[in-house]
Structure formats: C-alpha cells, structure tokens
Ligand binder design. Structure first.
Ligand code: SF4
Ligand code: SF4
Length: 107
C-alpha cells in the first residue's frame, strides 16, 4: 500500500508523516510531556475519577486537585490537527503512542 509522502527536505529526502492513532491508557501516567511538545492542539489531558468519568484538565494546572482523580491520562481530542511529526511519541517515557501513515487513497 502507498502512503502519503512529502519531499520537502532541502537534501531531497522524503518524509512519510505518521499520525497519532491511539494512546495506551493503561501505560499512560499523565505526565503531560507529550502535550508540551505538540504544537497542534491535538491532545487533551483527562482526569479519571473514582466513577471512571473522564474530565478535561489543563496540563500544569489543577495540581492541587490531584486528589480528585484516580489517575490522569492523555487523549487524542483533535486527531484532524495532527501533522504526523511523532514528537509526542519520541518524548513519551512509557511508549504509549501508536502512529500510522496515511494511505494515499485517503489523502
Ligand atoms: S504527531 Fe506531532 S502533531 Fe501529532 S499529536 Fe504527536 S506531536 Fe502532535
Ligand atoms: S508522555 Fe506518555 S505517559 Fe506522559 S502523558 Fe503523554 S502519553 Fe502519557
């Protein structure tokens, strides 16, 4: 299968963007590192309360509310904004991310 590939590099090398598909909520520790490197407004940190409800919270804020949540997990809230740079995956200490290229017929 052919995937969308860009030839934008000065040296002529091609690049195949690999878009964020999923974040493993079992592995994620809610550290927010991926959020801080993503400049595309793709991600949303969620707090999970004792009832299993997911509530949006702001990275770096709400630290005083940690006791309200059983855990925090990162989620992909705006997948259409992703440019497939994989910066999020490279910085994630828990290897939570799954990425995939875009098939040509879907471009
Ligand atoms: S691949 Fe890039 S644009 Fe997409 S979520 Fe990760 S850091 Fe953001
Ligand atoms: S960097 Fe990894 S562990 Fe940290 S919030 Fe993002 S997905 Fe979760």
């Amino acid at each position: 299968m052919d995937y969308v590939t860009l030839r934008l590099r000065p040296d002529g090398r091609s690049w195949t963007p690999r878009f964020a598909q999923a974040i493993n909520s079992q592995k994620c520790i809610g550290c927010g590192r991926c959020y801080r490197v993503c400049g595309r407004d793709v991600l949303q940190l969620m707090g999970v309360n004792e009832d299993g409800e997911h509530l949006p919270i702001v990275v770096g804020e709400d630290d005083d509310d940690d006791g309200e949540y059983e855990k925090k997990v990162m989620t992909i809230s705006n997948p259409g904004n992703c440019i497939g740079c994989e910066a999020c995956s490279r910085i994630c200490p828990k290897k939570c991310y799954t990425h995939a290229p875009l098939p040509v017929e879907a471009a």
